[in-house]
Design a protein around this ligand. Structure first.
Ligand code: AMP
Length: 357
């Protein structure tokens, strides 16, 4: 399937990822329509058109599907029924199956282990007895996470000792969850890959991620990893992308363990915050490659042109933009959000450095 430039791409979700996808689509000669429940979203400010409606409003979804040639999403918590309904009229990439697998932590980790991709040990929690039985087997501390709806550490509770189990369970308020062993990781890494219709697969280099309050703060690209670890990360990403028969950009979040191994923490079936630096420091950005993949165009080279450090501007950090503007090699991106709530992703800065340094 090929959608020629001049065609229209529909994007579910109106955040900064949708904004940068719309900017990349425009550069390639496509039109974009955003579907979002939020008025004046970051993506709508740069798209050709926006439909503002709840995700479950069928009439609006029909109108959206009528306007576009292909649909994609910038956020994995779009209800699966929404994508199912819209996909009756027009193709959605990555597929509904990829979306469903990655929006539920239990399904995701079960899938990963089934295809031989290691994760921290985990167990499903449907009721208090499950947690009482499983937590001591996994050991303390362990982490209780909602099966659905979690990202950036939302829906997560650290359980330090046996006596905290009851409280943690009640804090989950009956939501289906998983309990997983705490990983004593040395670093958090991620790898982003892109897969096209022909099965062609390209990898961006492994990057290192630092979080603050569970939210990504800084990405260093490339990470200082051995050739062997780079290869291992690529092998895992390949197995996952092929296992999902995936089309588009896929992000794989990794823990590096003390013994130098890699565990997959989470998948993101979309462009990812740890790949923002690719705009300035790779031949083809993750955003452009996602558009190329879902439109059936040849993928662009993922080769590095620079080293880069990407820093998120969270909440009040946005007040430092003038300093960043003076920093050598820095490019500031602001997302057009009016309200700088604490921890909110207001923008990011990518600072590039020569490769040979
Ligand atoms: P998540 O929402 O699963 O991406 O988790 C957000 C962050 O919480 C991760 O980037 C880690 O820093 C931390 N985290 C999540 N799961 C674990 C775990 N099993 N062990 C240790 N840290 C974790």
């Amino acid at each position: 399937m090929r959608i020629a430039p001049g065609g229209t791409i529909g994007i579910f979700g109106g955040g900064q990822l949708g904004r940068m996808l719309a900017q990349a689509a425009r550069k390639l000669g496509y039109r974009t329509v955003i579907f979002t429940p939020d008025a004046d979203s970051p993506a709508s400010q740069v798209a050709d058109e926006t439909i503002v409606a709840p995700y479950k409003q069928e009439e609006a979804l029909k109108a959206f599907a009528d306007k576009v040639d292909v649909m994609t999403y910038e956020f994995e918590n779009i209800p699966a029924q929404t994508v199912l309904f819209a996909s009756k009229d027009k193709p959605v990439q990555p597929s509904l199956q990829a979306l469903k697998t990655t929006q539920n932590r239990l399904d995701e980790k079960t899938f990963l282990n089934r295809i031989g991709v290691p994760t921290t040990p985990f167990a499903a929690v449907q009721m208090l007895d499950d947690l009482i039985a499983e937590a001591p087997l996994l050991g303390f501390p362990c982490v209780l996470k909602t099966q659905r709806g979690g990202y950036d550490g939302k829906g997560q509770i650290l359980i330090n000792e046996r006596k905290d189990v009851g409280r943690a369970y009640s804090d989950m308020m009956g939501q289906p969850s998983i309990i997983e062993a705490f990983v004593e990781f040395t670093r958090e890494l991620s790898i982003i890959c892109v897969r096209g219709f022909t099965g062609a697969l390209m990898f961006y280099p492994v990057v290192e991620n630092e979080h603050r309050n569970h939210v990504l703060f800084r990405t260093t690209a490339p990470a200082d990893v051995s050739e062997r670890m780079e290869q291992r990360a690529q092998d895992l990403a390949r197995r996952i992308a092929e296992g999902l028969d995936y089309i588009g950009v896929l992000a794989v979040e990794l823990f590096e363990t003390v013994d130098g191994g890699l565990l997959v923490n989470e998948l993101a079936p979309r462009v990812h915050n740890s790949g923002h630096w690719t705009i300035e420091a790779c031949r083809t950005s993750q955003f452009e490659n996602h558009i190329r993949a879902i439109c059936g165009l040849p993928l662009g080279q993922t080769t590095l042109t620079h080293r880069a450090v990407m820093t998120n501007l969270l909440g009040d950090d946005v007040e430092t933009v003038d300093d960043w503007k003076r920093a050598p090699g820095a490019t500031v991106h602001l997302y057009g959000k009016a309200d700088a709530r604490p921890g909110r992703k207001m923008g990011h800065v990518t600072q590039v450095f020569p490769l040979e340094d």
